[in-house]
Design a protein around this ligand. Structure first.
Ligand code: ADP
Ligand code: MG
Length: 319
């Protein structure tokens, strides 16, 4: 059977042209670019809580890193390196090969080097810590939204939730929609280029992992402000637009796992925001306004208030 050290050497030791020292010593060494701050984030994926034990290992490898890179994107940070702490029931080589393939393909796409980690026997558990760089003072923080800012979201919302609904037979989807929506759920793409393009444009940002209402709520709480959202302006994309209004609104407002960016920027930056979207090939949509009055208010396209509880609770998405 593969030993711990053979396993690390075979699957998780790779050239690290940027890091000063990668896998193999007591610590890895990174040399920050002068004038930058290091953005650091960890996300843990636990079998039975975040994924099923029989989940496709290649997709699991991708998603484990994608959710971490999404946190860097939400700060406007450029990915540099990551560590992988892995607990495994047994050294299953086909599983490891597929997991490493999904993980390292995404890492290569963003030039994010695997520089170290820890490997142990135990229930399947994947914990990644990412390191990113950002020019000092340029991070897009949750506490920086200003009264009068526009609220924007990237891409389309609710598609990962649509995939979940299809998998659980909550909704009947045609085969093409089902497979596309399930890919949004299993293979999210972090909005790294957009986050970087928004550095001197946006005030505050967050990635939409738990649903827009909850995630925007973090910006509001940290910034000490409130907001109004135009629910009919939320970008839902062609897959979700075929669904009834109630489903569209509920999934766009509270479906998780899309990993789009929600950010705020002053109205004077509208052209710059659209330009950042164009340059990075990501649609950006203006969906609301930051206000002094605390709380989140929802309206339809005509400005008529909507009841928050009628649209935001999503009983199917538990934890
Ligand atoms: P230590 O005993 O000092 O914690 P380990 O024996 O756990 O060291 O790890 C040996 C080397 O392999 C270290 O450089 C560590 O960062 C790296 N490593 C361990 N597990 C992984 C992994 N899953 N992915 C990448 N590197 C790993
Ligand atoms: Mg160790």
């Amino acid at each position: 059977m593969l030993s711990e050290f053979d396993l690390i050497a075979k699957y998780f030791t790779r050239p690290t042209p940027n890091a000063t020292l990668g896998v193999g010593d007591d610590c890895a060494l990174l040399t920050p670019t002068p004038g930058t701050q290091i953005a650091i984030s960890s996300d843990m994926l636990v079998s039975g809580t975040h994924f099923f034990a029989n989940a496709e290992p290649k997709l699991l490898g991708h998603k484990s890193l994608a959710v971490n890179l999404s946190d860097l994107a939400a700060m406007g940070a450029k990915p540099v390196a990551f560590t992988l702490a892995l607990s495994l029931p047994k050294p299953d080589e086909p599983w490891l090969a597929a997991f490493a393939d999904g993980l390292l393909s995404l890492a290569d796409l963003y030039g994010c080097e695997l520089i170290g980690g820890d490997t142990t026997r135990g229930p399947l558990n994947i914990c990644i810590t990412v390191f990113g760089e950002i020019p000092a003072g340029k991070a897009l923080r949750r506490d920086a939204a200003k009264v009068g800012d526009d609220i924007w979201v990237s891409g389309a919302l609710g598609e990962a939730r649509l995939g979940l609904a299809g998998m659980r037979n909550e909704l009947a989807l045609d085969a093409a929609t089902l497979s596309a929506a399930v890919m949004r759920l299993h293979q999210p793409m972090p909005r790294v280029a957009l986050g970087i393009a928004l550095r001197s444009v946006a005030n505050a940002a967050i990635d939409v992992s738990d649903g827009l209402v909850g995630d925007l709520g973090h910006i509001l709480a940290r910034s000490g402000v409130g907001a109004t959202l135009n629910v009919d302006a939320l970008p839902v994309g062609p897959m979700l637009s075929e669904q009834p209004q109630e489903v569209r609104r509920r999934f766009a407002l509270s479906g998780g796992d899309d990993y789009e960016l929600c950010f705020t920027a002053p109205p004077s930056m509208r052209a710059a925001v659209l330009n950042a979207g164009n340059e990075t090939g990501k649609a950006v949509t203006r969906v609301g306004t930051i206000e002094a009055t605390h709380g989140l208010r929802l309206t339809d396209a005509g400005g008529v208030p909507l009841e928050l509880h009628a649209t935001s609770f999503d009983h199917f998405v538990a934890a």
